[in-house]
Write a protein that binds this ligand. Structure first.
Ligand code: PGA
Length: 256
């Protein structure tokens, strides 16, 4: 937690979900309607095919709907891509950029991720910028160097606490069931906080830094209680409304 910062619990559905899955989004949108929503924000990023119908379903809910990626250009001859404006046009509010699966599968660089974050902000979307080390980088003691380089390269110069969220996702923890220890998470998040504050001053001090990688109901409270952890980015466990809501509701204990 960071004092005076509203946590964000975000789900990344990746390439999962068809119209049948909309009942899970509906259940989440109902489940986050209580008092906790005044203190904790919630977001689901379904595949782009469900974006418009999902935002329509959530009209009367505090649940935000976002996308998983956007192109760096506003429009043009880029077959198969979607622009930040198109996401905003579907009433999406956030977009994930630089997820490790895109960095790996599509060779996305820090430079490109930064361009996507700029495009997202230009369309008035909040960019969720993902960073994190691989298993080899952690083993060889490079974790903090990698985080420093990715923050410097991926986060735009005019980032602020409104238009930008950082998601720390150790690549080796994504989809594996493995998580870093609380001490490792605390060290990484304190380091990122110091880097962001040095570069962005007050805005960096209150910019949200999420933890992601194998977050589930059983470990959410411990991970989200760590200093400078301002929420979670959840893959697999966000597909089931009951799991996502259990993680979200962990904040009723953390904030008690
Ligand atoms: P996971 O994915 O929760 O399934 O590990 C996290 C992510 O990739 O954002």
């Amino acid at each position: 937690m960071t004092p005076n910062v509203r946590p964000l619990v975000a789900g990344n559905w990746k390439m999962n979900g068809t119209r049948d899955s909309l009942d899970q989004i509906k259940a989440i949108s109902e489940g986050v309607k209580g008092d906790l929503s005044e203190k904790v924000e919630s977001l689901i990023c379904p595949p782009a095919t469900l974006l418009y119908v999902a935002t329509a379903l959530c009209e009367d809910s505090p649940l935000w709907i976002g996308a998983q990626d956007c192109h760096q250009n506003a429009s043009g001859a880029h077959t198969g891509e979607i622009s930040a404006d198109m996401i905003a046009d579907c009433f999406g509010t956030h977009v994930i950029v630089g997820h490790s699966e895109r960095r790996t599968d599509h060779a996305e660089t820090d430079h490109l991720v930064r361009a996507k974050a700029i495009a997202a902000n230009a369309a008035e979307l909040t960019a969720i910028i993902c960073i994190g080390e691989t298993a080899d980088e952690r083993k060889s003691g490079q974790t903090l160097d990698i985080l420093k380089r990715q923050l410097a390269g991926s986060v735009p110069d005019d980032a602020n606490a409104e238009n930008t969220v950082i998601a720390y996702e150790p690549v080796w923890a994504i989809g594996t069931g493995l998580t870093p220890t609380s001490e490792n998470v605390a060290e990484a998040h304190a380091f990122m906080r110091a880097e962001l504050t040095r570069r962005f001053g007050d805005e960096g001090a209150k910019m949200r830094i999420l933890y992601g990688g194998s977050v589930k109901p059983s470990n959410a409270k411990e991970l989200m209680s760590v200093d400078n952890v301002d929420g979670a980015l959840i893959g697999g466990a966000s597909l089931k409304a009951s799991d996502f809501l259990a993680i979200y509701n962990a904040y009723s204990e953390i904030l008690a």
